[in-house]
Write a new protein. Structure first.
Lengths: 325, 78
């Protein structure tokens, strides 16, 4: 699908810049040009498609649906899937949490949504397709949805309502299931497109510098680190690798877009994919800044429990991937 | 009559961007308005907004969860 791009990269590097094939610099540069353009194209495509899907499922409609319908145990899975199509901004997590609580949606279901929403977002999917291919991306999306679902069910079982901050408990006590079906104006797709496109531009502006830097670092490593370099240190047999990777990932949130390209090179050089996926889920799904925001609605004990359950689920899926893939 | 503009958002970068845009629009078009940034979450929740930043003009929610263009902001202020 991207052969034409490889040809352009080859032409630029070997003909226009007149560098020799096999040279470290030439290979690193070729890799950089090819990857950067390919990933940008895929990011634009995925963010745009998800934008279209999302414009038909705005967050108010999601809340209304979860609040109004009896879903017989499937509400965790459905909340988790809604999390995929809803773009996540950590600054909205608190109003979103309160909105769900107000609508009488169980805490565990809210958590399922809150876990999957950042974990499987449009930027992560775009980068994943570009860096790891469709198959790994599908595995990542499905496991992200399951991870949100299962963590949500566990968190519900732990009965954490009394660990909310006092004013949220009050909101909870006054919570009401919504009766009415959500109605909003239904503009046609062509009317929606300009808004969706401006969102694509906003999102891209925020991540492109990180992506470019990440790919540049990846390109350098690609040219200079020998194949299989990490196999000695991080083999599948090393049981500490997955938990270590998950914990290391927690402070790296702000640069998720820049970190994924580097991780891809690490995988190419011998780090097992399951360990890498655990690391990436930690980077994308467990963010310290988000935890600090949640302090307004949850006690530290609740935040710690929330992160702990998600971290354990990430570690388990990391081990699973290492066994399966 | 002076317009009352509120920007709801708990201080994230997108909310600051929106506040900046609104200020520009107001001063460029010499609109008589007070601009207030609402950062307190309990205050924000009174508007039943689940996605920030939100633009509120004379207590009516105009946009939420996105950053509108300057032209759109101007349209909401007239």
């Amino acid at each position: 699908m991207f052969d034409w791009l490889q040809n352009i990269a080859d032409w630029l590097v070997y003909d226009l810049f007149n560098l020799n094939r096999g040279q470290h610099l030439a290979e690193a540069l070729n890799f950089f040009i090819y990857d950067a353009v390919k990933i940008l194209i895929l990011l634009i495509a995925v963010i745009f498609l998800m934008g279209i899907v999302n414009s038909y499922f705005p967050i108010d409609r999601v809340k209304n649906y979860l609040s109004r319908n009896k879903l017989y145990g499937f509400e965790y899975l459905i909340a988790s899937i809604f999390g995929v199509v809803t773009p996540f901004c950590s600054c909205s997590s608190v109003p979103l949490f309160i909105g769900f609580v107000k609508g009488g949606i169980p805490l565990g279901v809210t958590f399922a949504f809150l876990i999957t929403s950042p974990l499987v977002n449009e930027v992560a999917i775009g980068l994943f397709v570009g860096l790891f291919g469709i198959k790994t991306t599908v595995i990542y999306i499905i496991s992200g949805i399951l991870l949100g679902t299962i963590s949500g069910i566990i968190l519900q079982k732990l009965k954490l309502e009394n660990l909310l901050t006092p004013w949220v408990k009050e909101v909870l006590a006054n919570a009401q299931r919504e009766q009415d079906q959500f109605k909003n104006e239904q503009p046609s797709l062509t009317q929606r497109l300009p808004l969706i496109w401006s969102e694509v531009v906003t999102i891209l502006k925020g991540i492109v510098p990180y992506v470019i830097i990440g790919i540049a670092i990846g390109g350098l490593m690609h040219g200079y680190i020998p194949e299989g370099f990490f196999e000695k240190y991080m083999s599948k047999e090393n049981l500490l690798a997955v938990p270590m990777a998950t914990i290391l990932a927690i402070p790296m949130y702000s640069n998720a877009a820049g970190i994924l390209p580097v991780v891809q090179v690490l995988v190419a050089k011998g780090i097992p994919l399951g360990t890498a996926i655990a690391f990436m889920m930690g980077v994308v799904g467990l963010s310290l800044p988000e935890a600090m925001l949640l302090k307004k609605v949850m006690t530290m004990k609740l935040i710690a429990t929330f992160f702990g359950v998600v971290a354990v689920c990430i570690i388990i899926s990391g081990y699973l991937f290492n066994v399966i893939l | 009559m002076s317009k009352n503009i509120k920007i709801l958002g708990s201080g994230c970068s997108r909310c600051q961007t929106l506040t900046g845009l609104v200020k520009e629009v107001v001063s460029e078009n010499h609109i008589d308005a007070t601009i207030e940034k609402v950062e307190d979450i309990q205050e924000i929740m009174k508007y039943n907004v689940m996605a920030t930043p939100a633009l509120v003009v004379d207590n009516e929610i105009k946009t939420k969860g996105r950053i509108p263009s300057k032209e759109e902001i101007l349209a909401h202020l007239n």
